[in-house]
Ligand binder design. Sequence first.
Ligand SMILES: NC(=O)c1ccc[n+]([C@@H]2O[C@H](COP(=O)([O-])OP(=O)(O)OC[C@H]3O[C@@H](n4cnc5c(N)ncnc54)[C@H](OP(=O)(O)O)[C@@H]3O)[C@@H](O)[C@H]2O)c1
Length: 303
Amino acid sequence: MKIAIIGSRGQLGLALQKQYPDAVAVDSDELDITNKESVESFDWSNIEILINAAAYTNVDGAETTEGRQSAWAVNADAVANLVAVAAQHDMTLVHVSTDYVFDGTEEMHTEDETFAPLSVYGASKAAGDIAVSLAPKFYILRTSWVIGEGKNFVQTMIGLAEKGISPTVVHDQIGRLTFTSELVRAIHHLLFGKSEIRNPKSGTTSNLEPRNSKLVVPYGTYNVSNDGDSVSWADITRQIFKILGRDDLSVSNTTTAEYFAGKTGIAPRPLQSTLSLNKIQSTGFNSNDWLNELSKYVKNNKK
Ligand SMILES: NC(=O)c1ccc[n+]([C@@H]2O[C@H](COP(=O)([O-])OP(=O)(O)OC[C@H]3O[C@@H](n4cnc5c(N)ncnc54)[C@H](OP(=O)(O)O)[C@@H]3O)[C@@H](O)[C@H]2O)c1
């Protein structure tokens, strides 16, 4: 099945390219999805699956005048452009959402919780989800705290450890990490009904079966994060330092309100980000624990 990956140079896009090396993979310089004409005239012939890994992800940037426009253009309007071509060319649209569409008052988020975004980013993503839900064939993966190749929280904490810095980190935002490997496995599971997939190192592919006319996993929205305990960013930092063997460093707790006090242009963040994984697990998907994945990630990314 021919796959197109949009936003191919982002954290998720890079992981998807490793899984699907034969996919058509484009980023904003090759296809700006906010440009309706470009999206319409793109060569979609033979593409059966359109995976949208593109987004405006600068949560605080989206609170500025310019950022607000960009967030809505990329996360909402552009998504509607993709929905239109997916319908026109009979493609399955795979899209990625966020727990920021919620206000974080529920301890555990299910897929059918009512949208109540706190930030511009969250609102623009919620609008994108609504657009995708109108596509004839779609999967939305709602995720949180994504960690892959590139700039992210874990990389920042590894960098601090290398400099010998003992940081102060928020302890009132609670959730679970999502490694891009988990998102790729989940996307593959939803599309092909199998969780065993291509090994990027050996290049061998296992259980890759083309989707047949029988629906493997029903279309719809599925929460995806790694499994395991729900913890704070401060707890995650302690685990990173433990994996690095840095007993000499300590992590001090602070609250989100204290951390951002006196700073302007900071987007409000949901305090509870944990996503219920029951729905995707009930389709036969086996979630990996975030702590095991963190251990592998830290060992692979330390200098
Ligand atoms: N990161 C998180 O913690 C997190 C949490 C929950 C959900 N998510 C969601 O997960 C998905 C993947 O996130 P990520 O962390 O992989 O994002 P990312 O690393 O920020 O990558 C986003 C990609 O989208 C591309 N893009 C932006 N505007 C575009 C446009 N107009 N046309 C085409 N491509 C465009 C960017 O390209 P340029 O660099 O060229 O602009 C970039 O390659 C997103 O839907 C995001 O909302 C992320």
